[in-house]
Design a protein around this ligand. Structure first.
Ligand code: B12
Length: 430
């Protein structure tokens, strides 16, 4: 690329369609491009500068904010990559690096390719990884950490929800293609793999399906958000040796338990796993089914043993101590949402992050009341706190928001909500 700076501003504006104020702002704030100066102090641009501007404009068109695009450019340059080399994979892997560092190179490249919507490059990274590492390791040590990193960037507001959707859709397509290509079952046992009601995170249940198919099992994959209704009949028709559920959130741990209760008279073996059982201590004891373990590499021995023993579920001994409050809370949810939105709208801050927080909190309070322990809400309050921080709501502390929330509970539900109000106030002040 010609790096000689010979073009004046007029040529640049004509070639790229950018306006002069925007270009100056990019130069000032993001150091991109960095034009030379003529003796008289005029800016002078090169063909390379034109390509930089076009590259930045393209990223903007794809949904990136300019700050993110500029950061991406600088990161690539520091890593010794050429940002302008589209679709050409430049993985710098020193073979004598430890395995963890080599895996990280793949992770970084996949994440970068997804953030810039570069499907061809992301697929190249995945294909290259499959030639170097065992198939399951590529998923568990490269692609899952990558999608987690992308989820974290989205949560912090550093990438858009579209970039996150692009990455998870790409990963799902990969897994689905591999499921389709896996050989016919070689074992007689049948298993159902499903997500409980309201669960839309399907990546882990798809992976579970792929890994079990590769071990010769006959898997009937039911996918996302499988409703309670008729599940019992479905199980009676299919007669599986095992039903496997994956729940990622507190809300879906609650619907999972509902599902297990619903299936209790069917005399089948049920097992589960998922992210929330890692993040919420004690939650497993409130689910009346077998916990598989957290690690994809070690669950297969447990699955094998459950198939052999056909050990049935043990139903939870007692009902939730919060049964009554749950009923009142469910009846009052719409009123809580309306009352609180009305109070929060007087705060003179953007309302959307606050209504998102309220919706999230309502769902999770209902789940913890159903599961019988308010302490399960602790990680969820931390989630709300981080949401407020990442959405740049500096003036709204968690404590202030929870104070408003509990005032609403007092107004709408009254005395009956006291245990919940006390718990929320104490937790928020910690
Ligand atoms: C992709 C994604 C989505 C996609 C899902 C697409 C799809 N078809 O799967 C979409 C956009 C639909 C989505 C929606 C939502 N999401 Co989402 N999502 C994610 C993301 C980025 C990846 C999740 C994933 O599948 N990971 C792959 C799994 C396998 O990895 P993992 O979750 O880390 O799990 C590890 C272990 O727990 C274990 N494991 C997990 N499952 C299983 C199963 C088995 C059998 C085994 C053995 C092990 C195991 O293995 C993994 C490796 O160690 C995460 C970010 C993250 N940090 O994970 C957020 C995340 C899970 N989502 C989150 C949220 C809040 C939501 C929404 C509520 C957002 C919204 N406001 O709409 C909705 C909820 C939708 C619903 N009703 O279910 C939060 C959950 C927070 C919480 N406390 O519950 C997360 C953590 C993002 C965040 N940091 O805020 N999401």
């Amino acid at each position: 690329m010609n790096q000689r700076a010979t073009f004046g501003l007029g040529v640049i504006l004509r070639e790229t369609g950018i306006n002069a104020d925007t270009l100056r702002a990019w130069e000032r704030r993001h150091n991109l491009p960095q034009p030379a100066r003529s003796e008289g102090g005029q800016r002078l641009y090169s063909s390379h500068d034109i390509e930089i501007i076009k590259w930045l404009l393209q990223r903007k068109e794809e949904g990136m904010r300019i700050g993110q695009a500029a950061k991406l450019w600088h990161r690539k340059v520091v890593a010794g990559e050429s940002p302008l080399a589209r679709n050409v994979l430049e993985l710098r892997i020193e073979e004598d690096l430890p395995e963890a560092s080599r895996l990280k190179v793949f992770q970084d490249n996949w994440v970068r390719a997804c953030i810039s919507y570069n499907e061809a490059q992301a697929e190249q990274v995945t294909s290259e990884a499959f030639t170097r590492f065992p198939l399951e390791l590529v998923f568990t040590e490269i692609l899952l950490p990558s999608i987690r990193e992308i989820g974290e960037l989205w949560y912090k507001g550093e990438i858009s929800v579209q970039q996150e959707h692009f990455a998870s859709a790409l990963l799902m397509r990969r897994i689905e293609t591999m499921i389709t290509a896996s050989p016919a079952p070689t074992r007689p046992e049948k298993m159902i793999v499903a997500c409980p009601p309201k669960e839309e995170h399907t990546l882990s249940s798809l992976l579970l399906t792929l890994f079990l198919r590769r071990r010769g099992f006959h898997i009937i994959y039911l996918g996302t958000n499988v409703p309670l209704e008729q599940f019992k009949e479905t199980v009676e028709v299919i007669k599986p040796e095992l039903v496997l559920f994956a729940a990622q959130q507190l809300t879906t741990a609650a619907t999972l338990e509902q599902m297990v209760q619903e299936l209790s008279s069917s005399n089948i073996t049920i097992a589960y796993s998922g992210r929330v059982f890692q993040s919420t201590p004690g939650l497993q004891e409130h689910i009346s089914a077998h916990f598989l373990g957290e690690d994809f590499q070690t669950i297969f021995a447990k699955i094998q043993s459950l198939i052999e023993t056909q050990e049935k579920i043990i139903l939870k001994a007692s009902e939730s101590p919060h049964e009554l409050l749950l009923t009142t809370f469910e009846i009052s949810r719409a009123a809580i949402q309306a009352h609180l939105t009305n109070s929060l709208s007087q705060w003179n801050v953007p309302i959307k992050p606050l209504t998102d927080a309220t919706e999230y909190l309502n769902e999770n309070i209902a789940a913890s009341l159903y599961l019988g322990d308010l302490n399960f809400l602790s990680p969820e309050l931390s989630w709300v706190k981080r949401l407020l921080t990442y959405r740049k709501m500096e003036e709204v502390s968690l404590e202030r928001y929870i104070q408003a929330y509990t005032n609403t509970l007092q107004e709408v539900i009254g005395e009956a909500a006291t245990p919940l109000i006390n718990w929320l106030l104490e937790e928020a002040s910690n």
